[in-house]
Design a protein around this ligand. Structure first.
Ligand SMILES: NC(=O)C1=CN([C@@H]2O[C@H](COP(=O)(O)OP(=O)(O)OC[C@H]3O[C@@H](n4cnc5c(N)ncnc54)[C@H](O)[C@@H]3O)[C@@H](O)[C@H]2O)C=CC1
Ligand SMILES: O=C(O)C(=O)COP(=O)(O)O
Length: 326
């Protein structure tokens, strides 16, 4: 029976789809050595944690690595491709969940939710109400979306139609912008936005995109929301801007080091919301990502190519490794 290794427990509906088609095994730990050892006799791996390149050298039976979600940065693409392993993902199905998180984060920052809740509990009613900086409405502000793919478009739609925000965006292709969205260069977006939302993948171009220089161009007291990947922001530059009260606050769901170390400076700011990479995790999206991953795994087990194949250049190599397949 083929072995399907998964880094995390899947949604029950996805597990049910795979039970019977293969032996479904949840990795016993997520460190590089354990993953590489447990992938050695696996046919498929479903991925929610960074995979080491070395995994692909030892996993001689491995046919596919399937990302449970959108971001492909967790799969070392070159190593997978060199080994003839198909890489697929499940795009767009968590976009609504992430977009709702973005609106939650923007509202929570503007309402100073962390401070008000804390002061009411610790010091009582008046302390909770009596903040010198007033809360602010979303309506009429400009939200700047960096990366206008599935998530960016969902954010743009809710922001424009649900909250009367002005929406500007920057994206690689700059195709014709939809109604109520204006495309700008990254620098113009950074200068004009009251709220900047990072919705791009982590790539060599986006690593360090929000650097000291760009943070310096932000409007005084603008907000920054990051749901993309931690290294898109220069942490030292952001921490400095927060210390100097240069920006109004930040909501960070993703970090250069995950888990975020307990003593990290981000924990020290009242105007920073930190969440453990969970913007895309809801009951609905976990079901859709799980089912989508299971669909792709079942296709590979049926000797077919996954629908969202992300390294098509591997196909010839794959055919040589598994001549009976595809
Ligand atoms: N925090 C969370 O729970 C989640 C985080 N993510 C992250 O969000 C990313 C985006 O997800 P989707 O919107 O589903 O992907 P997508 O592929 O639909 O959209 C990404 C967009 O970013 C644009 N882009 C790429 N490079 C760029 C650059 N240098 N400058 C500006 N735009 C650029 C692309 O043109 C594309 O429009 C994922 O790659 C992942 O890293 C995704 C889902 C959940
Ligand atoms: O889709 C992504 O890239 C995410 O970050 C969320 O997916 P996951 O929680 O890793 O299944």
């Amino acid at each position: 029976m083929p072995k399907i290794l998964t880094t995390h427990t899947l949604h029950p509906r996805a597990s049910a789809m795979l039970t019977g088609a293969g032996e479904l095994v949840v990795a016993s730990a997520l460190d590089a050595d354990t993953l590489a050892t447990e992938a050695r006799n696996a046919d498929i791996i479903i991925v929610r944690a960074p995979l080491p390149s070395a995994l692909f050298e030892g996993a001689t039976k491995l046919r596919a690595a399937i990302r449970h979600g959108a971001g492909l940065d967790m799969v070392p693409m070159e190593a997978a491709t060199a080994a003839g392993v198909l890489v697929a993902n499940v795009p767009a199905v968590n976009a609504r969940s992430v977009a709702e998180y973005v609106m939650f984060a923007a509202l929570a920052l503007l309402r100073r939710f962390r401070m008000v809740d804390r002061d009411l509990r610790a010091k009582g009613w008046l302390a909770g109400r009596d903040h010198t900086i007033l809360a602010s409405e979303l309506a009429g502000k400009t939200i700047g979306i960096v990366g206008f793919g599935a998530i960016g478009q969902a954010v743009g739609h809710i922001a424009a139609h649900g909250f009367d925000l002005n929406v500007v965006a920057t994206t690689r292709s700059m195709r014709p912008a939809p109604d109520r969205v204006g495309f700008l260069s990254i620098d113009a977006l950074v200068e004009q936005s009251d709220i900047i939302v990072l919705c791009c993948p982590l790539t060599p171009e986006t690593r360090g995109l929000i650097n000291r220089e760009r943070i310096g161009r932000m409007k005084l007291h603008a907000l920054l929301i990051n749901i993309s990947r931690g290294p898109v922001i220069d942490d030292d530059a952001l921490i400095e801007a927060l210390q100097k009260d240069r920006i109004g606050g930040a909501a960070l769901d993703v970090f250069a080091t995950q888990p975020l170390p307990p003593n990290h400076p981000y924990f020290g700011f009242d105007n920073v919301i930190v969440t453990p990479h969970m913007a895309g995790i809801t009951e609905q999206s976990m079901m859709r990502m799980g089912v989508g991953s299971a669909d792709e795994a079942l296709l590979v087990l049926a000797n077919k190519l996954p629908v969202n194949l992300r390294n098509p250049e591997v196909v010839e190599h794959y055919r040589r490794r598994f001549p009976a397949d595809i």
